[in-house]
Design a protein around this ligand. Structure first.
Ligand SMILES: [Zn+2]
Length: 474
């Protein structure tokens, strides 16, 4: 009896969602469900490959091949980046683009297991869920293509395979190559531990390399003949750490020592650091960056060595679009929360236990659209640069339990099993439905564009790069 009531309740629930959906959105959902098994297979293949920034040749090929197989026009190696590609379909306006990332993070290999256990010790892992990111987005683009084939919607859908998000920020070069110049609205999503139409910005940042050049000498017999690059490195980082007290609480400075000398009995003639400065506002980040650069000169003077500063790349904070967020929010409300099996909930709780978090399981509720924070915390993304060139609508979808440490083995674990698969398919549907709104309602496109213009104001976008993409570099 209980089973019958449950069945009726479930049926009624699906029926009521179905009734609220217009035929185009129903068709999008049906199309994604038709491709679901293949999408999961692709996501799992990219998960297992776990290729890092600019090394994602197989992951990129798998996605591009699938796009081609499904009738999209694929152009590989765009913006002089071998792993970047576009996959387009349709013609004329509006042009709606959708982003697909697929790079992994070094050193966090993990099995699809709720206890820490590397798949391959020391190897990379998808600790940011980008195996699901690219796959879900391509799934929505294919669903839109199928709707165009049925003559239901008109315009152009443009999937952009965007590599190297975790390091180097390839989208900045892709923006410079003009890949969004014909686009009306861009859609993006990111794997998360909650579902939300994301109306928060992130932090602008800049990456640069500082190198010190001195003179080697015997560390004991004739150290007076040496000029130590590692002395300069230590003085430099000491300066940075004193400076921390005087920066705004919203700003961040990080450094990673990449070379501090080789052995103890040689005065090192070479030292190298990777330095990063961040703030929610690029306008505040830039003067801090200038000051941190100047400190390298001070350290070099003190240690009597030479120095060199090389820009790697910088990214903008994301330009929020609440009008776009409202469209996405309505579609999330139509879709409702993700439901989990007892096994999935237990998996989530085991992850929480292993990472020292409250064992509360999964969170896939649909909350009201949040207020946009003035100074958001969190990370940075090169989606920011896209968002200053074209209006951007962003989505976050649950692929891991609440409070999961990000960029960790725990995210890798969930991204390789059904919790991740469910989130990926859900994201694909939500973005596909949002694209339907944009393709069928020009007023919505105009509203999103108007807000973009107002928020951008008279700011002129200037890409923070210097030269070609650093492919094949560390
Ligand atoms: Zn990410």
């Amino acid at each position: 009896m209980k089973k019958i009531i449950l069945f009726v309740a479930l049926f009624t629930c699906i029926g009521s969602i179905g009734q609220k959906l217009n035929p185009n959105k129903k068709a999008i959902i049906a199309s994604i469900e038709k491709h679901q098994a293949e999408l999961i297979k692709i996501s799992d293949s990219i998960w297992a490959l776990a290729e890092t920034a600019f090394n994602e040749s197989e992951s990129s090929r798998i996605l591009a091949d699938y796009a081609e197989k499904n009738g999209l026009k694929v152009t590989r190696g765009v913006a002089d980046i071998p792993t970047a590609f576009t996959a387009t379909y349709g013609s004329g306006k509006p042009v709606i683009s959708i982003l697909g990332e697929f790079d992994a993070l070094p050193g966090i290999s993990q099995k699809a297991s709720p206890v820490k256990e590397p798949l391959q010790p020391g190897a990379a892992g998808h600790g940011c869920g980008h195996n699901m990111f690219g796959t879900a987005s391509l799934g929505s683009a294919i669903a839109i293509k199928e709707l165009m084939d049925q003559g239901k919607i008109k315009g152009t859908v443009k999937f952009l395979g965007t590599p190297a998000e975790e390091k180097f920020f390839a989208k900045v070069w892709m923006v410079e190559a003009g890949l969004w110049s014909d686009v009306d609205v861009n859609i993006s999503w990111h794997p998360s531990s909650g579902i939300e139409a994301d109306v928060q910005s992130g932090l602008s940042l800049i990456d640069f390399i500082v190198e010190f050049y001195g003179q080697t000498a015997h560390a004991s017999a004739d150290p007076w003949n040496g000029r130590s690059a590692s002395d300069a490195l230590e003085l430099y980082t000491t300066g940075i750490n004193y400076y921390r007290e005087h920066i705004l609480p919203t700003s961040r400075i990080h450094y990673h020592i990449q070379d501090g000398g080789q052995v103890v009995n040689v005065v090192p003639d070479y030292a190298k650091l990777w330095v990063r400065v961040r703030d929610p506002k690029r306008k505040i980040m830039l003067p801090t960056y200038e000051r941190v650069k100047k400190m390298a000169e001070g350290a070099a003077i003190m240690a009597n060595v030479d120095y060199k500063i090389s820009l790697v790349s910088g990214i903008y904070e994301t330009l929020v679009n609440r009008s776009g967020g409202e469209i996405m929010q309505k579609n999330l409300e139509l879709l409702g929360p993700i439901t989990y099996t007892e096994e999935e909930t237990a998996f989530g709780k085991a992850i929480q236990k292993a990472t020292g978090k409250p064992e509360i399981g999964m969170d896939s509720k649909i909350y009201p659209l949040k207020e946009t924070e003035k100074n958001p915390g969190g990370g940075s993304t090169d989606v920011g640069d896209v968002s200053w060139n074209v209006p951007n609508i962003n989505l976050g979808v649950t692929v891991a339990p609440k409070d999961t440490p990000w960029h960790s083995w725990a995210v890798v674990a969930c991204g390789g099993m059904s919790i991740g698969h469910k989130g990926m398919v859900y994201a694909s549907k939500a973005m596909g439905m949002t694209m339907v709104d944009l393709f069928t309602n020009p007023k919505l496109v105009e509203k999103v564009k108007e807000e973009y213009k107002t928020r951008k104001g008279d700011e002129v976008y200037e890409a923070m790069i210097d030269g070609p993409p650093p492919i094949g570099k560390d």
